[in-house]
Write a protein that binds this ligand. Structure first.
Ligand SMILES: CCCCCCCCCC/C=C\CCC/C=C/C(=O)SCCNC(=O)CCNC(=O)[C@H](O)C(C)(C)COP(=O)(O)OP(=O)(O)OC[C@H]1O[C@@H](n2cnc3c(N)ncnc32)[C@H](O)[C@@H]1OP(=O)(O)O
Ligand SMILES: Cc1cc2nc3c(=O)[nH]c(=O)nc-3n(C[C@H](O)[C@H](O)[C@H](O)COP(=O)(O)OP(=O)(O)OC[C@H]3O[C@@H](n4cnc5c(N)ncnc54)[C@H](O)[C@@H]3O)c2cc1C
Length: 661
């Protein structure tokens, strides 16, 4: 049963909900990993809806940037007071969720505090450092950010210019931004809100540069909030979206911090200037790996937001006719609309499922690393690099299709889809620009193929074992596993093609770097296919593990949409394997699976359990009463406070009057 049905709802939406074949709360339990977690989300939404001071003071699209930052800060402060009674304070998921619910997706002063400030202290700080700062940060006595990117350098961390030079005589590090390009640029909450930061700076001891390391740095006075002497800090200005966040710039001029402020769990500087290496050269990058490991689920949820809006709206929007000329048809009944939206629903589910899997993998790696075992770092770095790139790109595509699927109203901020799009596609850039990260995964794929070439296939990890197989025929009694084999064929042949291109260029005498650059488009294609294969296989495994038979049936239908769509989408890579008859068969299976999923479309998006408050969309309202609320929304626009604006009295009226003469 669909748990969203309520009296007074738009009858078209109620009809959709009645046609659903499964219980949406049970599906939510599968999406969020357990009945308890799904229920906690419902309880938190419900509790928040009963607290007047946590409601939006006005719709976000009507707020200026200053108002957004003020509103985010107002709500953050109230939440900090109320949180103990509302959520499990030890749960990162609940903390993120309640901020999302109350403040929304446009950013807020604590967005980075939870995800990029506290985790490095907790994982890279010594026990004493944790004792000193962790409690203060968790109680929010201080607000922090993560300052790594510089005006001139983001992707290439080796070229960062900020320095932290050890001064033995005073037992301090001296921080400097030697050039304009070395100014820190972009960190969220740095601009106006944070008073502390993790700063990534080149560690220099005895004139030797040991590369980027993390330092705890106080930026502003804890009483006055004024920048401390030696610090230049401010906001970088408005962005495409995410304007409730104050992304900032930061410069240092001979700014001194105690030796104890370098995070020293892994690398250390001793009082006499000795440097102790970390157990793995890239351990300082693990904060980024943590965030990347969470991005598939986050992005899946951004896509879920847009699809909830577009699918609900498509069920109440009537336009044109099919057979019955007496009543316009729901636009959701058009095959083109289904083809536009349903594969994205499948992707959102797939991203969330594999997102929770990568979070689990990261948590396991963290335990291993704390126990001194860093052997899994390269695998997870490669996996999360590819995953963040593919998922952010496909999420952006899916959100934009969702916007277009809403016609003209999709273009209005009342749909809120443009904000979701703007925030989500930031993910194509932050935490590593997508091409750069695809090339990181490509290094791993090339190395894996070189192992095969050197007769060491048995050393390949499970995620790349398929690279050594030799599939040349597919039985088209197609079940998910045959589709997986088709995808493996595509990913494998592209990985070999790209590697061989790179090797041929090398053998022709080209430098490694030039050869890599000349092969890089092919290499990124290999990385995408490898990642899409991973997403598909995780989806198949996840569906296989579902126990509730009604839920399993719908998920198999959704999986069928996914695998047929994905294989059609990569047709060019499987031309050597599949005949045109086989491709036609798959195409037809896709069309059949769109029809099969149609009665459950609304229930599938309702199962994401995104409340109206969180959705902030007039088009996506749970009750489907869109038109009357669109009219209310337009009337509440500040431009309509007055009938005659100054723009008219000051300019247009005099112009028209003058023209009359
Ligand atoms: C509704 C939904 C609800 C969601 C709620 C959440 C809302 C969220 C909204 C949030 C909005 C905004 C938040 C934004 C936060 C953003 C923060 C940031 O962006 S922080 C800055 C991030 N910066 C980057 O990611 C920089 C990218 N660059 C790099 O990481 C490196 O420079 C890299 C990896 C590209 C290259 O590094 P380097 O030059 O040092 O190495 P090499 O390329 O030479 O490689 C050598 C060797 O090392 C391996 N390697 C690299 N990194 C790692 C690693 N991390 N772990 C393990 N190994 C690593 C590499 O693969 C090479 O291996 P080899 O065997 O030699 O091939
Ligand atoms: C919304 C948002 C929030 C952010 N928050 C933070 C934060 O909190 N803290 C922080 O430190 N940073 C933050 N950043 C910065 C972000 O991490 C960087 O912008 C990102 O890592 C990309 O680096 P860049 O800007 O230098 O891009 P560039 O590297 O300049 O990319 C420009 C182009 O060059 C290409 N390119 C670069 N290198 C290569 C290569 N080796 N091979 C092939 N192509 C290449 C890229 O593919 C891209 O097309 C944020 C950014 C955004 C948009």
């Amino acid at each position: 049963m669909n748990q969203s049905i309520k009296p007074g709802d738009n009858p078209d939406l109620t009809e959709e909900r009645l046609s659903g074949t499964f219980d949406t709360n049970s599906m939510a339990a599968v999406i969020y990993g357990s009945d308890k977690l799904a229920q906690r989300r419902r309880e938190i939404s419900e509790a928040v809806s009963r607290i007047p001071e946590l409601q939006d003071s006005k719709p976000c699209p009507f707020m200026t940037r200053e108002e957004k930052i003020l509103e985010g800060s107002r709500k953050s402060a109230i939440l900090n007071r109320l949180l103990p009674g509302l959520i499990d304070l030890d749960s990162f998921e609940e903390t993120v969720f309640i901020h999302q619910e109350v403040i929304g997706i446009e950013g807020h002063p604590l967005a980075l505090h939870e995800s990029l400030f506290i985790p490095p202290i907790a994982t890279q700080g010594t026990d004493e450092q944790q004792k000193k700062w962790l409690g203060r940060a968790q109680r929010r006595e201080i607000i922090g950010c993560y300052a790594q990117t510089e005006l001139g350098h983001g992707s290439n961390l080796r070229a960062l210019e900020t320095t932290a030079t050890f001064d033995i005589s005073s037992q301090e590090f001296i921080l400097n931004s030697p050039t304009i390009t070395s100014l820190k640029w972009w960190p969220g909450a740095l601009g106006k809100s944070a008073n502390w930061s993790i700063v990534i700076a080149n560690l220099i001891v005895h004139d030797k540069n040991h590369g980027p390391h993390p330092f705890m740095v106080q930026l502003r006075d804890e009483k006055s909030h004024e920048p401390l002497p030696g610090i230049t800090v401010g906001d970088i200005g408005p962005k495409m979206a995410f304007n409730g966040a104050d992304n900032g710039f930061l410069g240092f001029e001979n700014y001194r911090i105690p030796r104890e402020n370098m995070l020293m769990r892994h690398s250390k500087v001793t009082p006499d200037g000795g440097y102790i290496r970390p157990p793995h050269a890239k351990i300082g990058y693990s904060g980024m790996v943590r965030v990347r490991s969470r991005m598939a689920a986050e992005q899946g949820l951004f896509l879920a937001h847009a699809l909830t809006i577009a699918v609900r709206y498509s069920a109440i929007r009537r336009q044109g006719y099919l057979e019955d000329r007496s009543r316009e048809v729901k636009v959701l009944d058009y095959q083109t609309q289904q083809h536009r939206l349903f594969p994205s629903i499948a992707r959102a589910y797939a991203f969330i499922f594999c997102g929770f899997e990568t979070i689990r993998l990261y948590d396991q790696l963290l335990i291993d690393v704390q126990n001194g075992n860093t052997s899994g770092m390269a695998d997870l770095h490669a996996l999360t690099s590819g995953l963040k790139s593919v998922v952010t790109h496909q999420t952006g595509e899916g959100i934009e299709q969702a916007r277009m699927a809403c016609g003209g109203h999709g273009y209005s901020m009342a749909s809120y889809i443009s904000e979701i799009y703007g925030v989500a596609i930031g993910g194509c850039t932050y935490e590593g620009e997508n091409m750069v990260m695809l090339l990181q995964l490509a290094r791993y794929l090339v190395k894996s193929i070189e192992m095969i070439q050197n007769g060491k296939s048995k050393n390949l990890g499970p995620m790349v074992a398929y690279l050594a197989a030799n599939e040349s025929e597919i039985d088209l009694n197609l079940g998910p596993n045959e589709y997986l084999k088709v995808f493996q064929y595509a990913a494998r042949s592209q990985a070999w093609r790209a590697t061989e291109k790179f090797q041929k260029l090398r053998n022709s005498g080209m430098s490694k770097e030039q050869a890599w650059n000349q092969a890089s488009v092919e290499l990124t294609r290999a990385s995408r296919l490898h990642t899409r294969l991973y997403i598909m296989s995780t989806f198949i495994n996840h569906v296989g593990s579902v126990v509730d038979q009604k839920i399993k049936k719908v998920l198999i239908d959704l999986l069928n949409v996914h695998i047929t769509y994905e294989v059609m989408d990569i047709g060019i890579y499987v031309q050597g394997l599949l005949s045109s008859d086989q491709m036609d068969l798959i195409r037809n299976q896709l069309y059949v699976s769109l029809e099969t999923i149609r009665p459950n479309a609304v229930s599938l998006v309702d199962s994401f359990q995104i409340s109206d408050m969180q959705l902030r969309s007039v088009l996506g309202r749970r009750d489907g009463n869109v038109y009357e609320n669109l009219f209310k929304w337009a009337k509440s626009c500040p431009l309509n406070d007055k009938d005659v604006l100054e723009s008219v009295t000051k300019y247009l009226k005099p112009m028209m009057d003058k023209s009359k003469l």
